[in-house]
Design a protein around this ligand. Structure first.
Ligand SMILES: Nc1ncnc2c1ncn2[C@@H]1O[C@H](COP(=O)(O)OP(=O)(O)OP(=O)(O)O)[C@@H](O)[C@H]1O
Ligand SMILES: [Mg+2]
Length: 265
C-alpha cells in the first residue's frame, strides 16, 4: 500500500494544478478543491483506470470546479469536483432531505455532499434513459463526478447564454421539450434550468448541472417546474423567440397526453 507521500507524487505528475502551485501544502491549490480526501479520491479514480491526468479547470465556482481530464487513450472527460465546505453543505441539504431516494441521509456534512454527487449521477442516468441529452455519467466517488466531456478539441461547448441563435424559436422548443419530457419520461424537474445550464454543441442543446433535480413527486416539484419555465421563457423572449405562456406549458407537462405512461418504472 503506497504511503500518502507516494500517492501525492504520483498525483503531482498527473494533475496540472499540483504541478504549477506547489508549495508543499496540498490544501492551498485551487481554493481547497484539492484537499487530502479529494486527492485520495482522484488517486483511486486514476488507479482504477478511469482517468490518467487532470488538465485545466473548465469552470471554477463557489461550490466546486469542473476539470478537463484525460484517460490513458487521451479521451477527454469532465471531472466535477465539489468543495466539501459548509456553504455547499447548506445549499444541498434541502435537496437531499426532500428526495425520497435519499431517505435516512441527513446531518453529516460529508455524507450529505457525497449523497449530492450520487444524486447528480443518478439524475444524469435518468435523463439519459429518458432520451434527454445530458453528459453521460461515467462514475462517481465521494465528492467527484466523472462524466462525458461536452466540447471538442477547441474547448468546452459554450453555454446557451453565449451563443448566437439563428433560430431562437427552434432552440426554445427543444429546451422546453427538456422540461416536458424530463417531467413525463424521466420523472424529474431540473430546478435550475437557465441559459447557464444548457450547453450548445454542434448547434444542439445539452442539459447540465442536474444535482438539484428532484423527482416530480417532490412536494415542491411544481414550484421548481414553474421557475424553470419562467427562466427559459425570460431568456428566449429576450432573444426574440416565440414563447408559449407558462400555464400552457405547465398544463402540457403535468396533464398532457403521455405515450410513455404504459412503461412506467
Ligand atoms: N460535461 C461537461 N463538459 C464540458 N463542460 C462542462 C461539463 N459540465 C460542466 N461544464 C462546464 O462547467 C460549468 C459548471 O458546471 P455546472 O453547471 O455543472 O456546475 P455548477 O455547480 O453550476 O458550478 P458553478 O457554480 O460554477 O456554475 C458549466 O457551465 C460548463 O461550462
Ligand atoms: Mg451551473
Amino acid at each position: 500500500m503506497p504511503s500518502y507521500d507516494e500517492k501525492y507524487s504520483f498525483l503531482e505528475r498527473r494533475v496540472d494544478a499540483l504541478k504549477t502551485n506547489r508549495t508543499g501544502d496540498e490544501r492551498q491549490t485551487d481554493g481547497e478543491v484539492f484537499d487530502k480526501k479529494t486527492l485520495m479520491t482522484i488517486y483511486d479514480m486514476m488507479t482504477s483506470g478511469f482517468i490518467d491526468s487532470i488538465r485545466y479547470p473548465i469552470s471554477t465556482g463557489k461550490e466546486g470546479n469542473v476539470f478537463y481530464a484525460l484517460d490513458e487513450e487521451e479521451e477527454p472527460y469532465a471531472l466535477k469536483i465539489f468543495r466539501t465546505s459548509t456553504s455547499t453543505f447548506k445549499r444541498v441539504t434541502k435537496y437531499i432531505e426532500g428526495d425520497p431516494r435519499f431517505k435516512g441521509v441527513y446531518g453529516n456534512r460529508w455524507k450529505m455532499i457525497y449523497a449530492w454527487v450520487n444524486k447528480e449521477f443518478r439524475n444524469l442516468q435518468r435523463y439519459l434513459e429518458a432520451g434527454i441529452p445530458v453528459p453521460e455519467p461515467i462514475t462517481f466517488d465521494k465528492n467527484c463526478l466523472l462524466m462525458e466531456y461536452i466540447g471538442d478539441e477547441n474547448g468546452p461547448a459554450p453555454q446557451l447564454k453565449d451563443v448566437h441563435l439563428d433560430d431562437p424559436t427552434g432552440m426554445y422548443d427543444e429546451v422546453v421539450s427538456f422540461i416536458i419530457d424530463g417531467w413525463k419520461d424521466a420523472h424529474l424537474v431540473h430546478g435550475d434550468l437557465s441559459e447557464y445550464n444548457v450547453l450548445i454543441k454542434d448547434g444542439e442543446p445539452i442539459l447540465i448541472d442536474c444535482g438539484q433535480a428532484m423527482t416530480n413527486d417532490y412536494f415542491n416539484a411544481k414550484d421548481l417546474l414553474e421557475r424553470d419555465i419562467k427562466n427559459v421563457n425570460r431568456f428566449f423572449k429576450n432573444r426574440g423567440a416565440e414563447t408559449i405562456d407558462m400555464e400552457t406549458i405547465m398544463e402540457e407537462t403535468i396533464n398532457g397526453k403521455d405515450d410513455e405512461e404504459a412503461d412506467e418504472e
